[in-house]
Design a protein around this ligand. Structure first.
Ligand code: 5GP
Ligand code: MN
Length: 330
C-alpha cells in the first residue's frame, strides 16, 4: 500500500505530467504483459490529458500485445531517434540497457522510473521502485488512484489487470498476496474484464504452441532427485511447427507444477552457441543472483540470462549454478 513518501513521489510525477506536453514511454525487451500493460495504461492516461505520447519497446512484441489498440503509439527504432519529448517514463525495466539504450543516464530530460525489480539500477530523475510488489501495474494503479477525479477508465483497468494476471501467473505464483488481489478487485470495479483478459492473454494460445509444448514436455529432464527440472527448445522444433518464440510463453510453469521440483530452467536456443535461459524457483531459493552473476537479472523467484554456449554446456552451467543455490541456501 502507498505511504506518505509515495504520495510525495506521486505529486512530483503528477506535476511533471501537468507541466509538460510530450512524453516517451519505454518498456523492456521481450516485453511481458506487465510491462506492456503498465506502459499502455500510462499512454492512455496521457492521451486523455491531450499530451503527445510515443511508446518504445526494443525488439519483437508478441502478436497478442501488438493487437491492443493503444499500441498504435509504438515508435520504430528509427522513429524514436528523431522523436521529440520532454519526459520519459521507463516501466518494469531494471536497466536502461534492457530498455534498448534508447536513453542514457546522462540524458538531460526527466526520466520517471517505475519498477518492481530488485535489480533496478535507479537511473531515473524520479524512482518509484517497490521490489516487494507483485507487478509494476500495481504501482501504476497507485499513481493513477492518487490523481484527482476518476482517471481509471475501463481501458486502463484492462491494461493494469492484464499486468497483474501475467506477473502473478493468474494469481498462483508466490508473489500473489493481499495487495495484488486487492488491486485486481479494485480494477474489476473500474471495469476490467477479468475473465476475457485472463483468457486472451494468459490461457489462449495458438494450436502450434501446444504442438511445440508437447515436444518440450516429452524431453523434460529431472535432476538431483527431482528437485531440478530442465526444459529445452531447439530452433528446429520451432521451425518444424512454424512457431515463434512468443508461442513458448508460460511453458516454464508446467515444469514448476511438477511435484518435488524446486528449481527450473527453460533453455531456448537463440542460435547455435547461444542460449536464452529462464529460471524459476520455489520458496526461499533465489535465482536472481545466479542470473546476475552471468549478466542477466530479474526477481528472486523468476530471472533470466543469455548464455554464450550450446544447449548441452548451458545445461551443465545452469545445473551447477542450481546446486550452488541449494548448498548456499540450506
Ligand atoms: P523470463 O524468464 O520470463 O524471460 O524473465 C523472468 C524475469 O527476469 C522478468 O522479470 C524479466 O524481466 C527478468 N529478466 C529476464 N532476462 C533478463 C536479463 O537478461 N536481464 C535482466 N536484468 N532481467 C531479466
Ligand atoms: Mn513485471
Amino acid at each position: 500500500m502507498s505511504s506518505d513518501k509515495d504520495e510525495k513521489i506521486f505529486s512530483e510525477i503528477i506535476s511533471l505530467i501537468k507541466k509538460h506536453k510530450k512524453f516517451l514511454l519505454i518498456a523492456h525487451v521481450d516485453p511481458d504483459g506487465d510491462c506492456v500493460g503498465s506502459m499502455l495504461a500510462i499512454a492512455a492516461l496521457l492521451e486523455t490529458m491531450d499530451k503527445r505520447v510515443g511508446c518504445y519497446i526494443p525488439g519483437i512484441v508478441s502478436e497478442k500485445y501488438n493487437a491492443l489498440p493503444r499500441m498504435r503509439l509504438l515508435l520504430s527504432q528509427e522513429e524514436v531517434k528523431s522523436y521529440q519529448y520532454d519526459v520519459s517514463f521507463v516501466v518494469d525495466t531494471p536497466t536502461l540497457e534492457r530498455g534498448g539504450n534508447i536513453i542514457t543516464a546522462d540524458d538531460e530530460r526527466i526520466i520517471v522510473n517505475i519498477d518492481h525489480h530488485p535489480t533496478n539500477e535507479r537511473f531515473g530523475s524520479i524512482n518509484f521502485i517497490k521490489d516487494k510488489t507483485a507487478a509494476t501495474a500495481i504501482l501504476v494503479y497507485y499513481l493513477l488512484s492518487s490523481m484527482d477525479g476518476n482517471v481509471i477508465t475501463p481501458e486502463i483497468a484492462d491494461y493494469l489487470y492484464m499486468g497483474i494476471v501475467m506477473d502473478t501467473g493468474c494469481f498462483k505464483f508466490q508473489n500473489t498476496d493481499a495487495e495484488s488481489l486487492f488491486v485486481a478487485s479494485k480494477l474489476v470495479e473500474y471495469g476490467a474484464r477479468a475473465s476475457e483478459i485472463t483468457r486472451k492473454f494468459f490461457y489462449m494460445k495458438k494450436f502450434r504452441s501446444f504442438k511445440v509444448l508437447s515436444r518440450v514436455l516429452a524431453n523434460l529432464q529431472l535432476f538431483d532427485n527431482g528437485r531440478i527440472a530442465v526444459m529445452e527448445l531447439t530452433n528446429s522444433i520451432l521451425e518444424e511447427f512454424q512457431a515463434k518464440v512468443e508461442d513458448t510463453e508460460g511453458f516454464i510453469d508446467y515444469a514448476m507444477a511438477i511435484e518435488g521440483v524446486e528449481l527450473v530452467a527453460f533453455l531456448r536456443e537463440i542460435e547455435p552457441g547461444q542460449v536464452r535461459a529462464s529460471l524459476r524457483s520455489l520458496n526461499h531459493l533465489n535465482v536472481a543472483s545466479f542470473a546476475e552473476k552471468h549478466g542477466g537479472g530479474g526477481h528472486n523467484k523468476a530471472a533470466g540470462l543469455t548464455i554464450n554456449y550450446d544447449l548441452e554446456k548451458s545445461r551443465d552451467i545452469v545445473i551447477s549454478g542450481f546446486r550452488e543455490i541449494f548448498l548456499t541456501s540450506s
